[in-house]
Design a protein around this ligand. Structure first.
Ligand SMILES: [Zn+2]
Length: 256
C-alpha cells in the first residue's frame, strides 16, 4: 500500500507501533560491540548515517535516536541526577524512547506535551501553556522553538511555568551564521521551505541562540557536554561534537 494511503487509513499511534516493530526487527542486522546507545541500552557494530548531509554514526538502529538525544540523556543522568531526585518534569515534543525512559522513573512527576504529536500526554500550544505558574522543576525543549511562530511568547511561557531554581534545557539546530535568520515575508509553508529549508520552520537559528533565550529573562549557559568526555567515549556513544545543551535558569532563582 502506498505510504500516503497508509497515513490516511491507519491512526498515528498504530503507524508509530508499526514503525517501532520495523526498527526492532531490523536492528539485529547491526549487532556488534563497537558502539553503545545509552537510551535503548544496546550495543551495535555501527550507528547509521542520517540527515540531508548524511552525518555518519548518527542514528541508533534500534530506537532511532540521534546524537542530541543520547547526549541529553547522559546529561540528565550525570548532571541533573534525575534518577535520584523528586522532580516535576515537562517534556516538550517528546521523543518516544526518551519519554518511555522518563515516564518509567517513579521519582518523577512527568508530563509530555505537544501541539500535534500522538505520543504526547497533553495537547498544548507552547505560546499559551495550560499549566499553573511555577509548576515544573525541569523542562526539556529540544529542537522545538524554531517551529513556534512567536518565540518570545513561547520563552515567556516556559519561564512562567518553571519553578524557582528550576532548569530549562534547550537544544536547537544552529547554523554557522552569527545572527538568526527570520524573514517576515516568508508566511506560507512554501515560502518558509524556500527560506528556512523546512515548511514548518519560522526561523533559522544562528550562533546568537543563547542570547535570544537570555533576552527573555533567563541566564543561559551553553554546555558542550560531548567535549567533556574522552574521544573514544564520544565515538562509542555517538555523541556528535557539534551538539550543545543550553541550560537556562531565572537569574533571581539561581542556586548560590
Ligand atoms: Zn538506541
Amino acid at each position: 500500500m502506498p505510504l500516503p494511503l497508509l497515513k490516511k487509513v491507519l491512526p498515528a499511534q498504530t503507524r508509530l507501533s508499526l514503525r517501532k516493530f520495523f526498527w526492532l526487527s531490523r536492528s539485529w542486522l547491526y549487532l556488534g560491540t563497537n558502539v553503545y546507545c545509552p537510551l535503548c541500552e544496546r550495543s551495535f557494530r555501527t550507528f547509521l548515517p542520517f540527515g540531508k548531509e548524511r552525518r555518519s554514526q548518527a542514528l541508533c538502529p534500534r530506537c532511532h535516536t540521534l546524537e542530541r538525544h543520547r547526549l541529553l540523556w547522559l546529561y540528565l543522568q550525570e548532571q541533573v541526577h534525575l534518577q535520584e531526585r523528586s522532580l516535576a518534569v515537562l517534556h516538550m515534543a517528546p521523543e518516544p524512547i526518551v519519554q518511555q525512559r522518563l515516564h518509567a522513573l517513579p521519582n518523577l512527576l512527568y508530563r509530555s506535551a505537544d501541539l500535534t504529536s500522538p505520543v504526547a500526554m497533553d495537547r498544548v500550544d507552547l505560546q499559551a501553556l495550560p499549566y499553573a505558574t511555577a509548576s515544573f522543576d525541569l523542562i526539556l525543549c529540544s529542537h522545538v522553538l524554531a517551529h513556534v511562530p512567536d518565540e518570545t511568547k513561547a520563552l515567556q511561557e516556559l519561564r512562567r511555568v518553571l519553578k524557582p531554581q528550576g532548569q530549562l534545557l534547550l537544544q536547537a539546530r544552529l547554523h554557522p551564521q552569527e545572527k538568526t535568520l527570520e524573514t517576515p515575508e516568508a508566511v506560507t509553508p512554501l515560502q518558509r521551505q524556500q527560506v528556512y529549508g523546512q515548511s514548518d520552520r519560522f526561523r533559522k537559528y544562528g550562533q546568537d541562540f543563547g542570547e535570544r533565550v537570555a533576552a527573555q529573562g533567563f541566564t543561559v549557559q551553553a554546555v558542550a557536554y560531548a567535549n567533556s568526555r574522552p574521544a573514544e567515549e564520544q565515538t562509542r556513544l555517538g555523541l556528535g561534537l557539534q551538539e550543545l545543551i543550553f541550560v537556562a535558569t531565572h537569574p533571581a532563582h539561581e542556586v548560590a
